[in-house]
Design a protein around this ligand. Structure first.
Ligand code: IPE
Ligand code: IPE
Ligand code: MG
Ligand code: MG
Length: 349
């Protein structure tokens, strides 16, 4: 896999290994090949869904999907399904494709809201194709996702709809909090739940529904997905500050640059001395920041010692996710879901 997260040179299996972080992947040698076959099928469903008679739109949509990313959402859907039934996996492929398309659509729109120049190591869609095409391509990806989801039961379709609506609400709430350092942990977690975790939860629940699991199991998998999603976003926010841009494929310090309060900056604001807090707020709320401003903001986060409590918070959500897995029978697939949860905060990409 190349550093931006695409799989052109490497295998999907290698990508799954990357998702589980530095844990021992040899435990999963039996099941990884099946899962990478599934992911290949999901990619094929996506490609088929994006065929359009409008070449320019198809080009932008394919550009957004081609780099693939880590495929966390389809992976969770496939592993949940395989962990609950030995039925053929074909029936769940369109669902996994739909959730990956919803995710991709949200990234296209998120990048233009966040003025992000780079995604998965390549120019973001609005950089490559311009703003109007990026808006329409995002819409187009959502619509194709719902054409795929439309073949499932009303409950599953409802989950996909709620997940997408929550995503939109999360983005709006985040936008309303831009430059506002007074938001607390609870509000931050609410935004993260809406913009990231609920879609992962909905995917896990929908997969359990397609596998005809009991309501209790469906609920637990929703709890798993939600806690995993929160941990995953906490790590994303930490990587923005402590990661390596050529590995994440995204520019560093972009949340600070954009004035988006994430847990590291919220905690820094709470913990700094009065004088430092004033400086932090002054720099954080600048509409145009120079590199020196960003580095000073990061330095103040370090002074406040925020890295460790952010990691503790993420670990707590991983433990919650793993706990929720007790509702499903032990199997290598359950172990893999556990490894995905642990890996969500160990990852560098
Ligand atoms: C990025 O998601 C947006 C967040 C919710 C943090 P991913 O990190 O899953 O993005 P890709 O699909 O792997 O690029
Ligand atoms: C996740 O938040 C955005 C969505 C869920 C669409 P971020 O804004 O932190 O994601 P990145 O860092 O741009 O990938
Ligand atoms: Mg963003
Ligand atoms: Mg981010």
């Amino acid at each position: 896999m190349n550093p931006s997260g695409s799989t052109d040179a490497g295998s999907l299996e290698a990508m799954v290994r990357q998702v589980i972080g530095h844990q021992d992947g040899s435990r999963f040698v039996e099941i990884l090949p099946q899962l990478s076959d599934d992911l290949n099928e999901v990619d094929a469903v996506i490609q088929e869904a994006l065929r359009s008679t409008y070449p320019f739109l198809t080009e932008a949509a394919n550009y957004a999907t081609a780099s693939g990313g880590k495929r966390l959402r389809p992976l969770v859907i496939l592993v949940v399904y395989r962990g609950l039934t030995s039925d053929a996996t074909k029936p769940v492929h369109p669902l996994a494709a739909a959730f990956q398309l919803i995710h991709t659509a949200s990234l296209v729109h998120d990048d233009l809201i966040d003025h992000a120049p780079l995604r998965r190591g390549k120019p973001s869609v609005h950089e490559a194709f311009g703003l109007p095409t990026a808006i329409v391509a995002g819409d187009y990806l959502f619509v194709r996702a719902f054409q795929l989801a439309g073949r499932y039961s009303p409950e599953v379709i409802q989950r996909c709809g709620d997940a997408s609506a929550d995503l939109a609400l999360g983005e709006v709430m985040q936008e309303n909090s831009r430059f506002d350092l007074s938001i607390d942990r609870e509000r931050y977690l609410r935004i993260v739940t809406l913009k990231t975790a609920n879609a992962i939860a909905a995917g896990a629940e929908a997969a359990a529904m397609v596998a005809r699991a009991e309501p209790r199991v469906i609920r637990s998998l929703g709890e798993y997905g939600q806690a995993l999603g929160i941990a995953f976003q906490l790590k994303d926010d930490a990587l923005d500050m402590y990661g390596e841009s050529d590995v994440t494929g995204k520019p560093l310090l972009s949340d600070l640059r954009e004035g988006l309060p994430t847990l590291p900056s919220i905690l820094a604001y709470q913990r700094l001395s009065d004088r430092e807090r004033e400086e932090f707020e002054r720099l954080f709320t600048l509409r145009h920041k120079r590199q020196a401003h960003l580095l000073r903001l990061k330095e103040l986060c370090d002074t406040a010692g925020v890295r460790e409590p952010v990691e503790r918070e993420a670990e707590k959500w991983v433990a919650t996710a793993i706990e929720a897995l007790h509702a499903i029978p032990p199997s290598p697939f359950r172990d893999l879901l556990e490894a995905v949860a642990s890996g969500s905060i160990q990852r560098k990409v």
